[in-house]
Design a protein. Sequence first.
Length: 256
Amino acid sequence: MWKKILILCVIIAVVGVGMTAFFKNYNVKIAITTKQHQTKHPKRQLQTDWSQQNVVVFGDSVSVGYTGIANHADTNAWTYQVAKKLKFHSFTNYAVNAATITGNDTTKDFLGQIQRFQMSKTADSATVAIISLGVNDINLTKYTPAEVAKQLKYYINELKAMNSKLVIYGVDPMANYVLNDKKQNTKNAVGYTANAYIQAINQVYQQKGIQVYNWAKDPIVTDENHQKMYGDHVIHPTQATQNKMAQHLATWLANQ
């Protein structure tokens, strides 16, 4: 009798050890498989579906399409071309010739453009805003880079207060030759170069988590070709230049 009980205990012990080993091995296999699965298929960040976006632009004459030549029709600006290429759900261009970030002219400057945006039906429905300003602050005003940056930051805060869901993108000023028709980056009336302003502007964008397109990284206009690329030879793009701008910016935005 005792022998039978002893044999039965041995059998139970062996089976128990085997089952424990089985479940341990099973759990290890599951853990490894899960880890390999996560490594093989990382989470993919979805790109913007631009056909669902209501886009607004704040800008100056470059975004309007002005050629800089009297009595010449405006070009088909990059703004309208990008809207067509990416098939925006809706598009409103608030850009005005000679607009600045720092000015207080409500008919043209950033201040006035934002006021028109606020009073329009697009303020609530807009999902994306593109800011393409700054070149006239470099050439036409006497504000320092720090002062321009401070004003830009203020207006960005205002836009976000109007519409907290608004996603903002920045487009830097292109090379310009208003202060020197031979080379860019000449010091202005208050002793600062275009690069100093662009750096200050981009610091604001960076602080606000805003993606910005910097023309210096892949320049279209250079000291060597600006006479051909600008209708007035110093700042306003020809139609061919606007076309190139549209290609660059549409490609960049499509990957956001």
